[in-house]
Design a protein around this ligand. Structure first.
Ligand code: ATP
Ligand code: MG
Ligand code: MG
Ligand code: MG
Length: 479
């Protein structure tokens, strides 16, 4: 079954259960100080759950563009290395706002997976909340009773607060969750280790596909839980993971969500996917990141040096670097993949079609400029190596490359290693720290018209911060 059909089947299924189908919210959030990017389907319905606004419909379903590269959900470092976490992905979801509750949510999820899509029930496991003493919560018996009617009890597992209890924040709506996991390993593998032992263990073929959240409490400022008068349902299912199950493949990247992009990367670079791991990772990184970057640009977020724009720039640079290092790409090419994205996703997300040229132009510009930086850095590094005594490059030299020329430190290490050299890492770290201290002092003593507001303290760590080229995260304010 093609992924386009899977998406449509989901929406039709819930439409037939009286849900109103709504459009995805933008991936970039402009007016929510608590969140940079949409990271779950429920974000756009937050005000309903908080009781601040009354919904037109009490049953809603959609597919939501999500981006998990910052804050509570940051999967960036996994992306490319594993086969089932993306930066940008689609989350299929259905919601009840004070309408139906656990029984329907569970039964319909099961009906959709096993009757509508005909997924073998023997490949599925479910988890329910085990309870939590300090919160005074027992095991979610209600969910357990419902599941017991539809699935073998041996396939119902208990999950802890981290995986099976959802909270919006320190205060506010929250509740137990029930997750559905698939085990798509071969029978032979299953005989060796039971699937239940691999749930939430980062196994690429035993993965979570759907999360059903039962919003039934409100957490007060005191930390106490209060039963909500109106209870809600919030579910989220990974579209690419579901496609993997439906298409009988072992990785999201082997589904038709990704194969056309990967084929294009292969044509452009001459490298083949599936041959060796370094190439595979690079191809997956690029295939993934181009989606995140193109969707962000289509929603109005251009790469820049601050805030959300900076996160987008770094995602794109990560892709450029993987291409440069592992696929020998010295020319801009990622922008060419946008065309394929438009063909595949332009129908479900018309904004990407409408903004195709903007996406292509912006990505191409970024690629050209960053590749220039990389080329300059490379030739400087060669000179430094030629001049260095012994087999170690001074940390101060590597810092100069990083600070003045924007050359990524991990690339410096890699090149040195290839040439049989090593980097004085301690010295590099020291130089980096000194530079940070210097700019802190400068910020404190600025007395001109423009005050530099340091963002470092609020800045979220997005994984490879210190490895990346940019160091000057500053925001200007006119006084
Ligand atoms: P995981 O434990 O696999 O990281 P999660 O528990 O963080 O997933 P949820 O917040 O429950 O995920 O999101 C709902 C669903 O969205 C998940 O069940 C999964 O199918 C999908 N999903 C979550 N994160 C990603 C991601 N980075 N890429 C692709 N799909 C994802
Ligand atoms: Mg996660
Ligand atoms: Mg999980
Ligand atoms: Mg989950």
């Amino acid at each position: 079954m093609k992924s386009k059909e899977i998406r449509q089947r989901f929406l039709d299924f819930y439409k037939n259960k009286s849900h109103t189908i709504v459009a995805s919210a933008p991936i970039v959030l402009k007016d929510d100080p608590s969140l940079m990017f949409t990271n779950a389907g429920m974000n756009q319905f937050k005000e309903y759950f908080l009781g601040n606004s009354i919904p037109k419909h009490t049953r809603i379903a959609d597919t939501q563009k999500c981006l998990r590269v910052s804050g509570k959900h940051n999967d960036l470092e996994e992306v490319g290395k594993d086969t089932y976490h993306h930066t940008m992905f689609e989350m299929l979801g259905n919601w009840s706002i004070g309408d139906y509750f656990k029984k329907e949510a569970i039964e319909w999820a099961w009906e959709f997976l096993t009757k509508e899509l005909k997924i073998n029930p023997n490949h599925l496991y479910v988890t329910i909340f085990e309870g939590h003493k300090e919160d005074g919560l027992e095991k979610d018996q209600e969910a357990f009773e419902i599941w017991k009617e539809i699935i073998d009890e041996k396939r119902i597992l208990l999950g802890n607060k981290k995986d099976n209890f959802w909270e919006m924040g320190d205060q506010g709506p929250c509740g137990p969750a029930s997750e559905i996991h698939v085990d798509i390993r071969s029978d032979e593998e299953k005989a060796k280790v039971p699937g239940k032992d691999l749930i939430n263990q980062d196994h690429p073929q035993v993965v979570e596909i759907w999360n059903l959240v039962f919003i039934q409490f409100n957490r007060l400022a005191s930390g106490k839980l209060q039963e909500l008068p109106a209870k809600h349902i919030d579910t989220g299912m990974g579209f690419e993971r579901l496609s993997m199950v439906m298409q009988g493949v072992q990785s999201n990247y082997d589904t038709d969500v990704f194969t056309p992009i990967i084929a294009e990367i292969e044509t452009i670079t001459g490298f083949t996917y599936g041959k060796d791991e370094a190439t595979n990772i690079a191809i997956r990184v690029i295939a993934d990141h181009v989606r995140a970057v193109a969707f962000a640009i289509a929603d109005g977020q251009l790469p820049s040096n601050t805030g959300a724009g900076y996160v987008i720039r770094r995602i794109l640079r990560r892709a450029i670097r993987y291409g440069f290092t592992f696929l020998n790409t010295n020319e801009a090419f990622i922008y060419k993949l946008v065309k394929t994205l438009v063909i595949e996703l332009g129908e479900a997300f018309p904004e990407i079609k409408k903004q195709q040229h903007l996406c292509e132009n912006v990505i191409q510009e970024e690629e050209i400029s960053f590749l220039r930086t990389l080329a300059q850095g490379l030739s400087l590094l060669d000179q430094m190596i030629a001049q260095s005594k012994g087999k170690t490059l001074a940390g101060t030299k590597a810092f100069e490359l990083y600070d003045t020329y924007g050359f990524p430190i991990d690339l410096t290490s890699l090149i040195l290693e290839e040439k049989g050299y090593q980097l004085d890492e301690e010295e590099f770290k020291k130089a980096l720290q000194q530079q940070k201290n210097r700019s802190k002092d400068a910020a404190a003593s600025t007395t001109s018209d423009w005050v530099i507001l340091r963002e470092d303290d609020e800045e979220e760590f997005i994984g490879y911060d210190y490895l990346d080229a940019e160091v000057k995260l500053v925001k200007y304010r006119k006084i």
